[in-house]
Design a protein around this ligand. Structure first.
Ligand code: NAP
Length: 259
């Protein structure tokens, strides 16, 4: 299917690896020009070069911490006008509910709520003026079903979800859609780190930890960045203009709910 976004300019944050890279790859495959971001320059440039070579698309890279205000200003300056924004950043660390102090919450809110909001505030007005835009925020299945050890993530992402619910309806009249993609367990470095935490906490091997986590997913496997990217590219496509303010779960059926 032609997604109708050939030549559109997309900023994909936190995209040298994992789900962000899956989104960047699918958008490049659809013919979009990219601005990619991550903190470490080496892996970011390597990922960008592989997309240039494979898809012949233009890719600009900005090595910066997207959760830091001055770094983010640099990303926005280099990105300029974009038609498509995919927000993403690393997730907060796991822990127990009584571990976290105010500063831990502020860090999580900055990274996983206030950063995507700042990016939308900077870029959505231009999309509205031009009468077309797509925003996809990578959040988490923890928005629908809490992951007890990820209390910081549960809290910050719920805040972003509330903001998007109202804002998406305010910008929709201008041809701009905002939606959230909610990953369940996907095979990325982040999933490896969480597997290790489960193994350590439970005193079991990494394979046992992984088998335990597969058993919680009706699809009996982790999702792939490729599948995730394809869903993101569809939400960014010409065909998705009537999908507004939705929270779309990609979790292999893990959240046991009728709606
Ligand atoms: P990942 O494989 O660890 O990749 C993270 C990517 O983000 C890397 O490119 C990393 O590069 C970049 N990054 C991290 N922090 C950044 C920052 N502050 N500024 C700019 N770039 C940054 O992670 P992932 O699994 O794709 O996860 C992406 C998001 O989805 C996370 O928020 C995670 O919590 C959430 N999520 C993932 C899963 C899963 O199963 N994978 C499930 C639910 C939710 P640098 O390190 O070089 O910056």
């Amino acid at each position: 299917m032609d997604l109708g976004i050939r030549g559109r300019r997309a900023l994909v944050c936190a995209s040298s690896k994992g789900l962000g890279l899956g989104c960047a790859r699918a958008l490049a495959d659809a013919g979009a020009d990219l601005v990619m971001n991550a903190r470490s320059a080496g892996p970011l440039e390597a990922a960008a070069e592989s997309l240039r070579t494979t898809y012949g698309t233009t890719v600009v890279t900005v090595a910066a911490d997207i959760t830091d205000e001055s770094d983010r200003a640099q990303v926005l300056e280099i990105a300029g006008s974009v038609d498509i924004l995919v927000t993403n950043a690393g997730g907060p660390p796991p822990g127990l509910w009584q571990d976290w102090e105010r500063e831990d919450f502020i860090r999580a809110l900055d990274a996983n709520m206030l950063t995507p909001i700042a990016l939308m505030k900077a870029l959505v007005p231009g999309m509205m003026e031009r009468g077309w835009g797509r925003v996809v925020n990578i959040t988490s299945q923890s928005v629908k079903a809490p992951v007890p050890v990820l209390g910081l993530s549960n809290s910050a992402r719920a805040g972003l979800t509330g903001y998007v619910a109202g804002t998406a309806r305010q910008v929709a009249p201008y041809g701009v859609t905002i939606n959230n993609l909610l990953p369940g367990l996907h095979a990325t470095d982040r999933a490896d780190a969480l597997d290790r935490a489960v193994a350590e906490t439970g005193g079991i091997s990494l394979d046992e930890a992984r088998a335990q986590r597969f058993a919680t997913i009706p699809a009996r496997r982790y999702g792939t960045p490729k599948e995730f990217g394809a869903a993101c590219a569809f939400l960014c496509s010409q065909h998705a203009g009537f999908i507004v303010g939705q929270n779309i779960l990609l979790d292999g059926g893990a959240v046991n709910a009728t709606l």
